[in-house]
Design a protein around this ligand. Sequence first.
Ligand code: SF4
Ligand code: SF4
Length: 360
Amino acid sequence: MADAPKKRTTDIGPPHYEQFLPPAIKKNYGQWKYHEILRAGVMKHVAENGDAVYTVRAGGSRLMSIDKIRMICDLADKYADGHLRFTSRHNIEFMFTDEKKIDTLIADLKKIGHPVGGTGPSITSIVHTQGWVHCHSAATDASGIVKSVMDAVIGHFENMDLPAKCRIALACCLNMCGAVHCSDIAILGIHRRPPKINHDLLHKTCEIPNVVSACPTAAIKPTTVNGKPSVTVDEERCMFCANCYTVCPSMTLNNPLNDGVSIWIGGKVSNARHEPMFSKLAIPYIENNPPRWPEVVEAVVNIIDVWKNNARKYERIGEWIERIGWPNFFKLSGIEFGKMHIDDFKHAGLTFKRSAQLTY
Ligand code: SF4
Ligand code: SF4
């Protein structure tokens, strides 16, 4: 008889998540009967056998110091037997079975500066990309804008006072490694000029075939300049996406006078009531104005206020605008409609399949 195959051990990939589950979650895995939101940021999940798990959700941030992470781990040790999880929107969740711990945990979280909320019809933590902190192709900052916007809308995080969920996301260039295209409100950094090519450096720093193939509009062609291999850009075709700059640092796109922020609204990922929707352009350009970006903050607050005051219960921003029509949205919000709002791109997103409901 052949030997039983040896169990393969490898350090490739993450460890299996099951070993990190809190005991009550592991015990009732796949056996949950229902859940309810007890108040903003506090949830109760009940299993078929009657076990209950309480979750407290606190606002987090994408960039955290080691000291802050240690403080959060201390709270996890104190309240949740050393377990905690970060949600995909940077919230921090503590799960435990003793209902009496809820209020003291919330008080301890407040002491280290973390509000509790982000559940149900509220704004939850804003997801974002790297911004000026880290990525070289950023057209705007990420954490700075997110902090400024969140300071202005924190009341909607701590209180479930909106018609429906509101997901805000920020990507600092239109490569959108943060995938903001399906957000209720998307803050998107944009460049507005084609790349500047450093012909003396390009052949030393970049793989020309890679650069050519990086361009989604085929605007880049190989050429020779002063006897050295380089590239040319057909500026008519360039959509300032920074893909080429991502692979080639000798094609600088950053431009302090022309980089800034656009705002897109009405997207959603959920299949509830309406199929998923792409965000659409609301404000084509706002200048970068660090450190507090007052114009971006004002624009986001205005969109939320207009939606909150006019939408029906359960209507996400996109569903509300579809019901009243975009002309009415522009009228109600006071946002100016201009030529930049007209989508004349032949591969326009309207033709993309968005629903997860497939028919054959
Ligand atoms: Fe930001 Fe674009 Fe860099 Fe992603 S690729 S971090 S969206 S600049
Ligand atoms: Fe092509 Fe984008 Fe570079 Fe313009 S910015 S040349 S569209 S890759």
